[in-house]
Design a binder for this molecule. Structure first.
Ligand code: RB5
Length: 150
């Protein structure tokens, strides 16, 4: 199950991605924003999707703002989240294989729908490679534990 959310600047791309997920029979929940007309704050949507994934309720998340930067910064504040901002399919593949990214971040003002769908498909179909990458991702996860204790 995929959690998806965007601010107003990512709304158009989110709509196209939701159409793609539906066409593939992939289950998702849309956490808003509900339209692209009224400006909203990207941290609210990054947080909501990240909490849905961080809690274990959702396996993966997709978040979109204008650049993908703000919403990924916000999502990465939630413990257990590894949100990867990707602008091409190679980054999407590597973010799963090497970083075990559990949230994909996209920029609705940066890339078009065709590229975005290729990135989404690549990201959803790629898997964590394990091996030497396991210890590296563990070091990231240990930072959550270290700073949560404070
Ligand atoms: C909204 O104008 C814009 O700042 C936001 O979508 C995002 O790009 C922030 O990083």
């Amino acid at each position: 199950m995929i959690a998806i959310g965007s601010d107003h600047a990512g709304y158009g791309l989110k709509t196209g991605i939701i159409e793609y997920l539906s066409s593939k029979g992939l289950e998702y929940k849309d956490f808003g924003a509900c339209d692209g007309k009224n400006p909203v704050d990207y941290p609210d949507y990054g947080k909501t999707v990240a909490e849905a994934v961080g809690s274990g309720e959702f396996e993966k998340g997709i978040i979109i703002c204008g650049t993908g930067i703000g919403i990924s910064i916000a999502a990465n504040k939630v413990p257990g989240i590894r949100a990867a901002l990707c602008t091409d399919s190679y980054m999407a593949k590597m973010s799963r294989e090497h970083n075990n990214a559990n949230i994909l971040a996209l920029g609705g003002r940066v890339i078009g729908l065709g590229l975005a769908l290729d990135i989404v498909e690549t990201w959803l179909n790629a898997s964590f490679a394990g091996g030497k990458h396991t210890a590296r991702v563990k070091k990231i996860n240990e930072m959550d534990e270290k700073y949560l204790k404070k």
